[in-house]
Design a protein around this ligand. Structure first.
Ligand SMILES: Nc1nc2c(c(=O)[nH]1)N[C@@H](CN(C=O)c1ccc(C(=O)N[C@@H](CCC(=O)O)C(=O)O)cc1)CN2
Ligand SMILES: [Mg+2]
Length: 345
């Protein structure tokens, strides 16, 4: 087992020893061969900048806000937020995301810790890592990068993460609290939280509006629908078995597309003036692009943008918000510790 605690950007990650059993792609946020720097959108895009929700820039603002709060926390409480990121196997996309998370930690002044396990690591080995991080007071957030290899029960691993450190918000107690009126989860899953943050920072009214969430995954569609409902939207979820998904979507003021099918949502699905949040990240062959492919969302961008009042691009929309929200959740977790420690003195 390769459990190692690495601090900040210069930390060396132990290489994954085996990639015999590759994990299957998840349907909602389908992992693709993600470039370290994404190929740029074609320069001739006719979509006016005023329609674009610039997730990259909003995420950068949030990251600067967190960096300032971390500096204050260090000064006032002598506490440095710590995030542990666990990777099993050697999927290129997961390695890229884990690297980005550790880099983001270093940039805002968090300590980051890492465990890289080989693809054939056992469930018991992974559970031991999670339990060690649960018990480590330097660590305020634990994230196990998904997807996991098939032989490991995702459910068993996510259930083992302490709910006080569940910065992904995937623990059933956190999701359960999200679903209930009168209760608040300790953490909300990062991607759907990022979608709502984009709507709020763009001052899009949610209360009383019709929203359509396309896709029902545990990590995006379902929590996104719950978050919209908590803000008094009238929410419909559509999915692969919904016969009239397009008609339902075309009635929505707010669309969150998280179905994992490249460019499935075309302009015909979009009500004029709707706000469109595209969670999808899919590789599409493009011989004119440097890498031979470009990233596209679950929304056919140009067609939908022609109808929408606001739309997120891919890349540079929801994706960067996922990591910004992870930092926000980890900071909130450390703040709870700092304030709890203060209260008990
Ligand atoms: N434990 C978790 N596993 C996974 C999650 C998660 O939230 N928790 N989400 C995804 C992957 N993911 C983070 O882990 C992630 C996906 C995409 C991006 C991102 O910034 N995308 C860019 C495009 C990629 C690029 O240009 O390199 C964008 O959309 O602009 C960040 C994080 C599955 N696993
Ligand atoms: Mg995006």
């Amino acid at each position: 087992m390769a459990l190692s605690c690495n601090r900040q950007a210069g930390a060396t990650r132990q290489a994954a020893r085996s990639s015999r059993r590759a994990a299957a792609p998840r349907p909602a946020l389908r992992p693709v061969a993600v470039a370290a720097t994404a190929p740029a959108r074609p320069a001739a895009s006719p979509v006016p900048a005023s329609k674009l929700i610039d997730g990259k820039s909003i995420a950068d603002t949030i990251r600067s806000e967190i960096a300032a709060e971390v500096a204050a926390m260090k000064q006032q409480h002598g506490l440095t937020p710590g995030l542990a990121v666990v990777l099993v196997g050697a999927r290129k996309d997961s390695e890229t995301y884990v690297r980005s998370k550790k880099k983001a930690c270093a940039e805002v002044g968090f300590d980051s810790y890492g465990a890289d396990l080989p693809a054939d690591a056992t469930e018991e080995e992974l559970l031991k890592v999670v339990e060690a991080y649960n018990a480590d007071p330097r660590i305020h957030g634990i994230l196990v990068q998904l997807p996991l290899p098939k032989h490991i029960s995702e459910k068993r691993i996510l259930d083992a993460i302490s709910i006080e450190k569940d910065v992904d918000g995937f623990h059933p107690l956190n999701i359960g609290a999200l679903a209930m009126r009168g209760r608040d989860p300790l953490f909300v899953p990062c991607t759907p939280k990022g979608c709502i943050e984009l709507l709020e920072r763009m001052k899009v009214p949610i209360s009383g509006r019709r929203a359509c969430v396309i896709g029902r995954s545990n990590i995006v569609g379902m929590p996104a629908a719950l978050l919209l409902q908590r803000r008094d939207a009238t929410v419909t979820m559509v999915h692969s078995k919904t016969p009239d998904a397009q008609r339902i979507c075309a009635e929505a003021d707010i669309v969150i597309a998280a179905c994992g099918v490249a460019e499935m949502v075309t302009g015909d699905w979009i009500k004029p003036g709707a706000v469109v949040i595209d969670v999808g990240i899919n590789a599409k062959d493009d011989p004119t692009a440097k890498k031979g492919y470009r990233l596209v969302g679950d929304v056919e961008f140009e067609g939908a943008a022609a109808k929408a009042s606001l739309i997120t691009p891919v890349p540079g929309g929801v994706g960067p918000m996922t990591i910004a929200m992870l930092l926000q959740n980890t900071f909130e977790s450390a703040k709870r510790v700092a304030e709890g420690a203060k209260a008990s003195h």
